[in-house]
Design a protein. Structure first.
Length: 533
């Protein structure tokens, strides 16, 4: 793709519709690319959770290790914390650092912050380097940082910042604090700031509003069957956008949030609703998750064998969407009988456009770049107007001052109107002068006998290297699978079976670590060839 697509703002809706009419695709463009319009019961997360606190007061809201907390108690804690934060000067529109570890105080901290009208910045203090925590707090102009007393030594030292240990605050006798309640946040007020992982440079803070979150958490299928009496597992790193799906989603619907300790599988086995990346889900035995009713994956491509396995016993959703579109903006209820792994269609009040390099809608079967519009589009990057202007553009199809987001994901519509994810723009590489889609190679490898997961990387200008699991996969059979279906330049130089694939703290495949290993294997292969010569 090139920068010509950044001229999309100049397209007028009338011109786009005329083009589609001429191609006979206008009806499909609207039917497939527009999610259904749906009214929401609440327009802010605080009101949705307060509703559950009022109507499910004695139900268990949180469970962690041997401790349980009712909705009533969670509400009391959150109100106390919000009142104290207001006394510290936190006001609507502010941002508060939440540098913690998964725990009950972590959730109380989330709710306490958003009850002030401010936004929280979630980070796992045991994973994120101290210097990076300091960078995030400074970029966000956070004057208050919440933390857990056990990890005080990992905090950045920042002048003028007030530090508050949530666990100690909740254990202390309540103090009488009289402070004006600002009321419920407005729909377009920021609820949380999620910093990207920074794998391609400096992390950027994505501003997620209450409207954004309510649109996925309070509509179908995004609510994932969450309701009173059901258990939602909290498995993910809190800095990851999908963790908000677990935590805030459960609380908005009166479910019980089961906060895991060290054992991911143990928590999943007790849950009715599981949200994970494919890499994390691959480490969980579905046979031991007999309670699971709804499972959703996102964050990276899902292998069809994994989806088939889970879909045979529960409602399994394959989802897609970058942080900037609020968790996910497409979902597909998967069935083993489906011939391809689809990411489905846009969720309610959202849109997806597959556009070519000229900004024109693609025909079914034609690969283009996915642009996203609708109520899931976040409020841009914090303190980075240049990047915001580059990635967020006026939406010529919805009009009315709406914005759309350039996802950098490739996709195509099937003849039946479902989206196929075709990899990242960044994953289109040139090898020996030919353009190769790495995800297409991986998908073909996953069709090899016994292969559960595959990752393909460009290790040099001439070489692709693939990693497959499990360890018993026959590399030659995997190579033959690719060679029989794709051009010769798509065939990896090496296929390396491994017992498991390394993952990042956010639960995605660690491609940096694999690339280092791939280049070492190529160097060893080259050295052996030289010795033989």
């Amino acid at each position: 793709m090139n920068d010509r697509s950044l001229g999309l703002a100049e397209y007028r809706l009338a011109e786009a519709e005329a083009l589609l009419c001429e191609a006979g695709q206008l009806e499909a463009f609207h039917e497939w690319g527009w999610g259904k319009i749906e009214a929401l019961p609440f327009d802010n997360v605080v009101a949705a959770i307060d509703h559950q606190i009022e109507h499910q007061a004695e139900a268990v809201a949180l469970r962690h290790l041997d401790e349980t907390v009712s909705y009533r108690q969670l509400g009391v804690w959150a109100d106390r914390l919000a009142a104290h934060l207001r006394q510290l000067g936190v006001k609507p529109g502010d941002r508060v650092g939440l540098f913690v570890r998964r725990s009950i105080p972590m959730v109380a901290g989330m709710l306490g912050v958003i009850k002030t009208g401010a936004a929280y910045i979630p980070q796992d203090i045991t994973i994120t380097p101290t210097a990076l925590l300091g960078h995030m707090a400074q970029v966000a102009n956070a004057n208050v940082v919440l933390y857990l007393s056990e990890y005080q030594h990992l905090l950045p030292v920042l002048p003028g910042v007030v530090y508050l240990a949530i666990d100690q605050f909740l254990q202390a006798p309540p103090a009488e604090i009289a402070h004006a309640n600002p009321g419920y946040p407005a729909p377009d007020d920021c609820c949380m700031v999620l910093f990207t992982s920074g794998t391609t440079g400096t992390p950027n803070g994505v501003q997620v509003t209450h409207r954004n979150l309510c649109n996925i958490l309070l509509t179908e299928p995004g609510r994932l069957g969450m309701q009173p009496g059901r258990v939602v597992s909290q498995l993910l790193n809190i800095a990851f956008d999908m963790a908000a799906w677990e935590t805030l989603g459960a609380l908005c619907h009166g479910a019980t949030l089961l906060i895991r300790h060290r054992d991911i599988a143990e928590a999943a086995e007790q849950a009715d609703v599981i949200i994970a990346t494919p890499s994390i889900l691959a480490g969980i035995d579905p046979a031991r998750c007999k309670q699971a009713k709804f499972v959703a994956v996102a964050g990276e491509p899902c292998p069809k064998p994994l989806a088939d396995q889970w879909a045979a016993q529960c409602s399994f959703y394959n989802c897609c969407g970058p942080t900037e579109t609020t968790i996910v903006n497409t979902m597909q209820l998967h069935a083993p009988s489906l011939p391809v792994m689809s990411i489905g269609r846009p969720t309610p009040n959202n849109t997806v456009y597959v556009l070519n390099e000229s900004g024109q809608p693609c025909q079914p079967g034609e690969v283009g770049e996915m642009w996203a519009g609708g109520d899931g589009i976040t409020a841009g990057y914090l303190a980075n107007p240049t990047l915001t202007r580059e990635r967020y553009r006026p939406d010529p199809f919805l009009g009315g001052g709406r914005m759309m987001f350039r996802t950098r994901d490739l996709g195509r519509w099937t003849d039946g109107g479902l989206l196929e994810h075709m990899g990242r723009v960044d994953d289109q590489v040139k090898v020996r002068g030919f353009r190769v889609e790495l995800d297409a190679v991986s998908a073909m490898l996953e069709k090899a006998p016994g292969c559960a997961r595959a990752v393909t990387l460009k290790a040099s200008d001439r070489d692709l290297v693939a990693f497959v699991t499990p360890l018993g996969v026959d590399p030659q059979a995997a190579l033959q699978q690719v060679a029989a279906a794709l051009p010769y330049y798509c065939v990896p130089t090496l296929v390396i079976p491994v017992a498991s694939l390394p993952v990042t703290p956010r639960g995605k495949i660690d491609k940096r670590q694999l690339l280092t290993l791939a280049q070492a294997e190529l160097a060893a292969l080259s050295g052996n060839s030289g010795e033989e010569a």
